[in-house]
Design a protein around this ligand. Sequence first.
Ligand code: TXA
Ligand code: MG
Length: 329
Amino acid sequence: MPEFGCLVGEGARVPILAAGPAGIARAIEVLRAGGTVAFPTETVYGLGGLAFDRLAVARIFEIKQRPRFDPLIVHVLDRAMLEEVALELSPIAERLAERFWPGGLTLVLGKREAVPDLVTAGAPTVAVRIPSHPVARALLAGLQAPIAAPSANPFGALSPTRAEHVAKALGASVDLILDAGRSDHGLESTIVAFDPGPVLLRPGAIPVEAIEAVVGPLTRPREGAVLAPGRLPQHYAPRTRLQVIDPSQVPKHERTHAAALTLCDEFPGYAAAERLSPTGDLRQAAARFFEALHALDAIGLERIDAQPLPETGLGLAMMDRLRRAAASA
Ligand code: TXA
Ligand code: MG
C-alpha cells in the first residue's frame, strides 16, 4: 500500500494514503478545510465532504459529474449526530435503525432545515446511514460532523470496492484517497424510504429478506414517485457492453472475444472469466462483484456475458446492478 502520493493512470498524481492513524488525521484536515476525501466503508468506497459545507458538496457533484437532481447519502457517527440532520424516526424506522445500524442500510427520513438543499436535491427528506467501517467511523468521530458521500465513482459507472478503483476512475480530482483494502460487502447500502410503510428504493448490502423479517413486506416505489437515481434503468455500467445471459446458451465461436462473469460455473472458450464464488456463496460473490466487473472491463473485450444469479439474498442486489449495466449497453 503506498504511503504517499503515487502515480496512477495517465500520469495524474493521486494522493493515496494508507488508512492508518496518519492517513486518517490527514483526511480529517482535508475535510475540515472543505476538501473531498474518498474513504472506505463496509459497502463500497465513498467520496466524502462535510455535509454542511455547500462548496464541498458542490465539488462532489462536479467530480462525479452527477446531476444535481440526484441527492447524496449523509453518514453520521451515532444517533446524536443523526439528530443534526434528520427528524424523529417513526416506530418502523426506529426498528430498522436498532437492528441494522451501524451497517449497510440507508434510511430516507424527514430532513432538518439545516441540511443544505444541494445534499438532498431539494427534497424534504435526507438519506442517512450510520456506517460500521472503523475508518469511516474514525473520520466522523474526528470531525464530529456528518459526511455527505455518494459512491466514489463517476455517475452511472461501476462502484469502487478498492482504493485503486477510485484512483483510476476519479484520479487527481479527489483531494485524498484513503486505502483500507477491499470493502467487506462490496455492494452499496440497501435504501429504504417510508410512505408511511417501508418502501425498498434500492436492494443492496443488507438482504431484503433480513429487513422484511423485522418490519414485514417492503413495497416497491409507486410509479412517478421521486426515484433514487440508483434506480435509473441505466446505471452501474462498465464501458464494455454487458449482457445478462447464461453462457451455456452462447455459441463457442461467440465466446472468443468476450468475457464471462459467473457465480461458480466455468465455460470453455471465453477470452477471460471471473467466477464470483467457487462454492456459490452469494455473500462472497457480492464482496467480489464490482471488483470482478472492474477487472473484466479493464481488459477491453467486445462483451461481458453475465450469468443470471439467483434472486434471493444478495443475489437480488447483484441482479439489479447487472440489469442496469445491461440496459446501458
Ligand atoms: O453504500 C452506500 O450507500 C454508499 C456508501 C459510500 O455509503 N453510497 C452510495 O451513494 O451508494 P450513492 O450516491 O451512489 O447512492 C445513493 C442513492 C442514490 O441513488 C440517491 O438517489 C439515493 O441514494 N438518495 C439519496 N437521498 C435520497 C432521498 N432523499 N430520497 C430518495 N433517494 C435518495
Ligand atoms: Mg453510486
